[in-house]
Design a protein around this ligand. Structure first.
Ligand SMILES: [Zn+2]
Ligand SMILES: [Zn+2]
Length: 438
């Protein structure tokens, strides 16, 4: 082959690839996405600038509900607090659910973006906190809105019942439970299948990740109160110092994962806060620890929680605590299980829509989600990952051996245009497939 001919073939191949991406009738740059994208992007900016904390998503829910109602969906508001359920019936079964979260986090945005949040509000304890969409739920809502518009405008491409839900309070893993307690299962048609996605910086924008089976971790939140005996800081012999017991407890807890759990099994114990004392020369009478525990497998979860109980109690006895520590298991959710057959079927759909190279297999993540409560209601589901990272920045980070700011970071800033477009394209393709179009 001559050099010139080779060059011509190379240029032709690139041209054909670009043409096929541009002409892909369901891809991220399709006409139907172009038509709704400006409104979706406007909603994204509005939500990003006006974030609301978990269980307080009043304006957020109202904005989404109004838009869905205008598109012709039958919208029920205030389901489990601020939750919304929007339904569009379009012929016979099946019923397919698509879920977004509504809430933001108490994080001070430091992204430097022109649309960065400057919002402060009161948290449930009455403290003034900064608020930011640091988990990307604003992008999920914008994608759901655009998907809702495309589905409403193309009812000849699908049949069945489309159910869109806006779930409050995901970050406190209480919103799904609240919606279910508010009659989600009885007031609305039961979905045959459920779909949700989450944006993150581990995957480049333009791509998605599918993990059949276990998608994320079991989460257990514990509060431990250690009881000592208060006294003067100069006279420890007259007191029992709960801070020292707490310090030993924290270190001993870390040996559970390193010394008791079988190497290779996933388990995390994190002490996220320790609260004790008011002044340097006072030995307080109690200390409080806040913990999160993450596991994949039920037997490992059971083993770790039992070991924690033993270690916390044992360290209190060893430290001469005045009474047994109080261990409160106040919050939990199970890992989300992706139906393997469904995951494999939809992988094919997403490969067709986004290109084979843009569908990755990232494996389970260590975070947790209360979407698992919907799965446990008997809704087989696919929860997939949506790439949010600027591809160039991600490649540079990989080269440098560093990582881009993760979800919940004050610097979290998804590469909106490709990520949002890809989210919409993925949702529409998946819904059309599940609603019997292909
Ligand atoms: Zn989050
Ligand atoms: Zn999230």
């Amino acid at each position: 082959m001559t050099k010139l001919r080779f060059l011509f073939l190379l240029v032709f191949a690139a041209y054909s690839a670009a043409r096929s991406v541009a002409q892909n009738p369901t891809g991220p740059h399709s006409q139907e996405i172009d038509a709704v994208y400006p409104a979706a992007h406007d909603l994204y900016l509005d939500l990003h600038e006006h974030p609301e904390l978990s269980s307080h998503e009043t304006q957020t829910a109202a904005k989404l509900a109004e838009r869905l109602r205008n598109l012709g969906y039958e919208v029920t508001e205030h389901v489990g607090g601020t939750g919304i359920v929007a339904i569009m019936k379009n012929g016979a079964a099946p019923t397919v659910m698509l879920r977004t979260e509504l809430d933001a986090l108490p994080v001070e945005e430091k992204s430097g973006l022109p649309y960065a949040s400057k919002v402060h509000s009161k948290d449930d304890a009455g403290r003034e906190v900064p608020v930011m969409h640091a988990c990307g739920h604003d992008l999920h809502m914008a994608a759901l809105f655009a998907t809702a518009a495309i589905m409403a405008h193309s009812k000849d491409t699908w049949h069945g019942t489309l159910m869109l839900i806006g779930q409050p309070a995901e970050e406190t893993i209480s919103g799904a439970k609240a919606m279910i307690a508010d009659g989600f299962a009885t007031r609305f048609p039961k979905p045959d299948v459920g779909v949700a996605l989450h944006v993150g910086n581990e995957i480049p924008a333009g791509a998605v990740g599918i993990t059949p089976g276990i998608y994320d971790s079991n989460a257990d939140s514990l509060r431990v109160t250690i009881y000592g005996k208060g006294g003067h800081g100069s006279a420890p012999h007259t007191a029992v110092d709960p801070i020292v017991i707490a310090a030993k407890t924290i270190l001993a807890l870390q040996t559970i994962v390193s010394r008791e759990v079988k190497p290779g099994e996933f388990a995390v114990i994190t002490v996220g806060y320790i609260r004790a004392g008011t002044k340097n020369n006072i030995i307080p009478d109690q200390a409080e620890l806040g913990l999160t525990v993450r596991t994949y497998k039920p037997d490992i979860r059971k083993q770790v929680l039992a070991a924690m109980d033993r270690v916390v109690n044992g360290e209190s006895v060893a430290g001469g605590a005045t009474r047994e520590p109080l261990i409160e298991h106040y919050e939990w959710s199970d890992s989300v299980y992706n139906d393997p057959a469904l995951a494999n079927r939809l992988r094919g759909v997403l490969e067709t829509t986004l290109g084979k190279d843009n569908v990755t297999a990232p494996g389970p993540i260590t975070a947790s989600e209360d979407y698992s409560f919907f799965v446990e209601m008997g809704i087989p589901s696919l929860y997939f990952s949506l790439g949010g990272a600027d591809p160039t920045k991600l490649a540079d980070a990989h080269k440098a051996g560093t990582m881009l700011p993760s979800n919940h970071s004050p610097l979290f800033a998804p590469d909106v245009d490709p990520a949002l477009r890809t989210g919409i394209a993925a949702e529409v393709a998946v819904l059309r497939n599940l609603l019997g179009a292909q």
